[in-house]
Design a protein around this ligand. Structure first.
Ligand code: SF4
Ligand code: SF4
Ligand code: FES
Length: 300
């Protein structure tokens, strides 16, 4: 009998199965005759070990695809953080063959070792492990909160009128996707565990984006020297090499900040001026608890 009203009839088992199949990701599309062994670190804060998974290689496959294949076919409990699969959210940061990388933009073919067709995938080593490939990066957000945000002059309102070269310069810093690969590779944080005395390259990029903004009026140089520890950076440029947004972290953010600080502290004319003027210039650097409260963010 044909139903003419009421709730729709449930699909037959065969139709439901066909629909289920159509919703599945077609992992077999573009499969080649090649395989690769993904050597993935499995474990948590208590410890772990590398586990090998043989994965069929597809044309254009990225490491995140291979991780998804493992989750779908071999180990559904493999933990991996990701979101956009387009190199834009900064979530899938890990290490591939010991090098910090985004899993979603790293081609399997490009990183497969030719001698044994192995790709080693492990979590970022600078941050505490949560599970498998997932690390706890919350320290970066805590440090970020200690930086005074954008602070225009009182009464200054958006839209701001800014010369193009000035805004182009700070635009580079705004490309940061907070993947923290630069923090992961920096030896001050990674080898020397300097989290208590160094903010790391990502946060120096953020300070540069504010300090070099033509409409910002706050002074973060005292914080930069003391709390942020900019002097600990010895310009190795490792952070620049791993940045997926190609931000020239050392040349365009850290070195200008160091130069500003040197100008402030060691320039002989400024030094003479500090000695001659009645009010010491150091008083113009507000202490952390005296800084101007940031106004509400301008629209846009
Ligand atoms: S250049 Fe400085 S911030 Fe970048 S990795 Fe080297 S020491 Fe760290
Ligand atoms: S500066 Fe580059 S490497 Fe560092 S967090 Fe931003 S996008 Fe990632
Ligand atoms: S998943 Fe968003 S950057 Fe990789």
């Amino acid at each position: 009998m044909t139903r003419t009203n009421g709730p729709p009839a449930p699909p037959s088992p065969a139709a439901a199965d066909a629909e289920d199949q159509s919703l599945r990701i077609a992992y077999d599309d573009g499969v080649t005759d090649r395989t690769a062994t993904l050597r993935v670190w499995r474990g948590d804060a208590a410890g772990g070990a590398f586990v090998d998974y043989e994965v069929p290689v597809q044309e254009g496959m990225v490491v995140l695809d291979a991780v998804h294949w493992i989750q779908a076919h071999r180990a559904a409990d493999l933990a991996c953080r990701w979101n956009c699969k387009a190199g834009k959210c900064g979530s899938c940061s890990a290490e591939v063959n010991g090098r910090p990388a985004l899993l979603c933009t790293t081609r399997v073919d490009a990183v497969t070792r030719p001698q044994d067709r192995v790709v080693v995938v492990q979590p970022m080593q600078t941050f505490p492990i949560i599970r498998d490939l997932v690390t706890d990066v919350s320290w970066n957000y805590e440090v970020n909160r200690r930086i005074q945000p954008f602070t225009p002059a009182p009464g200054e309102r958006a839209p701001f009128v800014i010369a193009e070269p000035d805004i182009t310069r700070v635009e580079e810093y705004r490309r940061c996707i907070e993947c923290f690969l630069c923090q992961d590779v920096c030896h001050v944080l990674r080898e020397h565990r300097g989290q208590d005395r160094f903010f790391g390259p990502r946060q120096l990029v953020r300070i540069a984006s504010l300090e070099l903004h033509p409409k910002d009026t706050a002074d973060r140089l005292a914080q930069l020297r003391a709390e942020a520890g900019v002097g600990l950076c010895n310009i190795t440029k490792c952070c620049t090499e791993v940045c997926p947004e190609h931000i020239r972290i050392t040349d365009n953010a850290i070195i200008p900040l160091k130069e500003r600080l040197a100008d402030r502290e060691f320039d002989p004319i400024r030094s003479l001026w500090r000695r001659l003027r009645p009010v010491p210039m150091a008083s113009s650097i507000p202490a952390a608890d005296e800084r101007v409260a940031a106004p509400a963010r301008p629209p846009g």
